[in-house]
Design a protein around this ligand. Sequence first.
Ligand code: 5GP
Length: 196
Amino acid sequence: MPETAAAAPDIVHCQGERFRLYLSEEEIQTRIRALGEQIATDYADLGVPILIGVLNGAFIFTADLMRAIPGDSEVDFYKLSSYGERKVSSGQVTELKDIDAKLEGRHVIVVEDIVDTGLSMKYVIDQITARNPASLRAATLLRKPDAAKVEVSVDYVGFDIDNLFVIGYGLDYGQLARNLRAIYILDEESEEEASA
Ligand code: 5GP
């Protein structure tokens, strides 16, 4: 880590709520390096993959994952609506920006920050499938297995996590906290104390 980079604190506050360190910068980067190597191996004989990052949350993961893949890859972005100010999935997926690249005949990897209910990932997969890619796989840094509402198969998973709201490393709370280098989880104990 560069000397100028601030060490990730154990506790952060965002929008008046307390979050505790859940996945360190080192844990995240080590896992991403492994995913990048795995993707390079899987696509060695297949062809150059194009990563489709789902904005806004996946912009940092997409950049780090792309740099962890030795060899060629391309990138483009798809923008869906986010949680806004809330901590639970609305179940509504709205497209805000379409993908510019032509995906027909391409080897596409959808890159999400987190698969929660799975509705967003399913939506993106359905949209891209309709464009006739040569192959389509999915990657996510985080997945909450206990929150799944639809079945969606994800080929590259960074971490399966508890069913709690997380922030940092691209993931926001009311548009803040995306710049945190580590992942933080809502500190339920402090919520209980506050409501006691
Ligand atoms: P899903 O459609 O799977 O319910 O949710 C996908 C999107 O909701 C993610 O791409 C992410 O933007 C947002 N999301 C889901 N869970 C969390 C979370 O724990 N924290 C934050 N900050 N965003 C989340």
